[in-house]
Design a protein around this ligand. Structure first.
Ligand code: AAO
Length: 513
């Protein structure tokens, strides 16, 4: 079987593109949700490149429906009107400038490709779109693409409502409308070619890959058909013959007939069990404890590591959309969130994506956040506010910038330092005090119990004094945080009190004093 796969790969028949195309030793992606292209370009230059971020997932760049009731929700960007590069994040010039400037400093751009559908059936008709293109949702007319009635699945869906009524019926999930969004007929070559043309324009500009939105709602073979038409990446920044990185949004928490594994032939898949389970463990719900994380990864029923794109929260489940439920940790639960992100970035499983959010006036009624629709920080004319940077390096204008939190940023660096090193030296107290290393390059230890911790454990690191990159960091060969002394045999003493600001410590060889 292995030999057959190798042969297929050699023959170029295995198309799947699993490699994020980042520059060496830059291992994580950050989702700069709803950011403007100008702000992303500056962030690449002033922050992401200097701190070793591999790439940025950007919000859908194409023209979308303008929704005024509610007032400009974030989710209007998941209702395409055309493939013109024209959205609240900026125009085509600005997009191109961002891609160039980020690539020039070695930070990749991944586009959120919304190609399963166009706007909702009740989108109306007119020119209320971000670039003013005319459309008529009722007639399925999108002349700016162009798509017409022929290009949609209305005839193919067999539910009375035309909507997905049951996730247990794979035909409904693929051929019917997801929350009324007009479902494109991806079996048609015209539709496939049109989508590929859009993606190729982006590839030619220098984009390094795509998140395929709502991939579960497309047949794997249909996705494959448009991926087969894609160009290799722009040789200004990538070596000849490089294919775009593909990660498909397939929500598979178990319990439905559609499995993430059906999509492996096309690229990676989003592993939603990861954040749902990690949140449950760190919250200590359902009898879970961190000691159980010893076999985290495939051992927990996740897809193989080399097929997974992982995250603690995403733009949907941080506000109750999509899937994962109440266990999902977000910036709203900052202390636990930092532990979860720290664990994710230290652990070798998957390609990791860090979330970067905007704040909204969260307000629960009957357990549901009624403000889950709130769009990005915006001015009275609806334009998105820029990301301002405060003197202490945090962000203003209600941009949360989790990726700039010291603990998270330093763990992004940790992951780069330990890249390629094995998971090693696991230790736990049978409860919620756990530790593990990455070969002889890095070590992390957590105390999520309700009592203080004082232990001697094997770090696997060379002897020396290390600076904890959670409570501080190494600056000019001095440590602004706690210091850890590793003796000649690799052992070290760690003390973490339950009331510590962040109940975990991480050290790595680049933070050795
Ligand atoms: C908006 C309005 C709608 C309106 C529509 C059209 O909210 O009321 O009908 O416009 O006018 C986003 C927003 C939507 C928004 C849409 C378009 O989230 O609210 O609709 O833009 O503006 C499913 C899909 C998944 C999708 C997710 C939200 O499978 O692909 O729903 N995510 C992506 C994007 C997302 C975007 C879209 C897709 C559309 O990330 O931002 O929508 O482009 C089950 C299924 C999942 C399913 C969820 C939610 O999950 O398994 O596949 O996700 O239900 O419907 C347990 C189960 C778990 C289950 C979950 C929830 O946890 O274990 O499997 O419960 O029931």
């Amino acid at each position: 079987m292995k030999i057959l796969l190798l042969l297929l790969a050699a023959a170029g028949l295995c198309w799947g593109q699993y490699n994020p195309n980042t520059v060496p030793k830059r291992t994580s992606i950050v989702h700069l949700f709803e950011w403007r292209w100008q702000d992303i370009a500056e962030e690449c230059e002033r922050y992401l490149a200097p701190n070793g971020f591999g790439g940025v997932q950007v919000s859908p760049p194409n023209e979308n429906l303008v929704i005024t009731s509610p007032n400009r929700p974030w989710w209007e960007r998941y209702q395409p009107i055309s493939y013109k590069i024209c959205s609240r994040s900026g125009n085509e010039e600005q997009f191109k400038d961002m891609v160039k400037r980020c690539n020039d400093v070695g930070v990749r751009i991944y586009v959120d490709a919304v190609v399963n559908h166009m706007c909702g059936a009740a989108g109306g008709s007119g020119t209320h779109s971000t670039c003013g293109s005319y459309f008529n949702a009722g007639n399925r007319d999108f002349p700016a693409v162009p798509y017409s009635g022929w290009d949609f699945n209305d005839g193919k869906c067999h539910t009375g409502s035309g909507e997905i009524e049951s996730y247990n019926d794979i035909y409904q999930v693929r051929d019917c409308r997801l929350s009324s969004l007009l479902d494109l007929a991806l079996e048609k070559d015209y539709v496939r070619s049109t989508i590929a043309e859009y993606m190729n324009r982006l590839i030619d500009m220098g984009v390094a890959g795509f998140r395929i939105d709502a991939a579960k709602h497309m047949w794997p073979g249909d996705i494959r058909a448009f991926l087969d038409k894609l160009h290799d990446l722009n040789t200004q920044w990538f070596s000849e013959g490089t294919k775009p990185f593909i990660y498909q949004e397939v929500i598979d928490l178990g319990g439905e007939p559609i499995k993430g594994s059906e999509y492996f032939g096309n690229g990676r898949v989003t592993e939603f069990k990861y954040g749902a389970k990690l949140g449950t463990v760190i919250r200590k719900w359902d009898g879970e404890k961190m000691a159980y994380l010893k076999n985290w990864g495939e051992g927990w029923g996740f897809v193989p590591s080399d097929r997974a794109l992982v995250f603690v929260d995403n733009h949907d489940n941080q506000r109750g959309h999509g899937a994962g439920g109440a266990s999902i940790l977000t910036f709203w639960d900052a202390r636990l969130y930092k532990m979860a992100v720290g664990f994710m970035l230290a652990h070798p499983y998957g390609v990791t994506r860090v979330m970067s959010s905007f704040r909204w006036p969260r307000y629960f009624e009957n357990g549901k956040d009624v403000n889950d629709w709130y769009g990005p920080p915006s001015n009275s004319d609806g334009s998105t506010k820029s990301v301002t940077i405060n003197p202490d390096t945090t962000c203003g204008n209600d941009w949360v910038c989790e990726h700039r939190w010291r603990q998270i940023r330093n763990m992004v660096i940790f992951r780069n330092v330990v890249d390629g090193e094995p998971f090693s030296n696991w230790w736990d107290n049978g409860s919620n005090q756990v530790a593990f290393g990455r070969g002889n390059k890095g070590f992390i230890i957590f105390n999520n119990d309700d009592w203080n911790m004082n232990v001697y454990v094997q770090t696997g690191l060379p002897a020396g004094t290390y600076c904890d990159v959670i409570s501080g960091q190494k600056e000019n060969n001095q440590c602004t945080g706690k210091q850890v002394f590793v003796s000649g045999d690799g052992m070290a003493n760690f003390q973490i009190n339950t009331d510590a600001e962040d109940p975990f410590i991480a050290i790595h060889v680049d933070a050795k004093l």
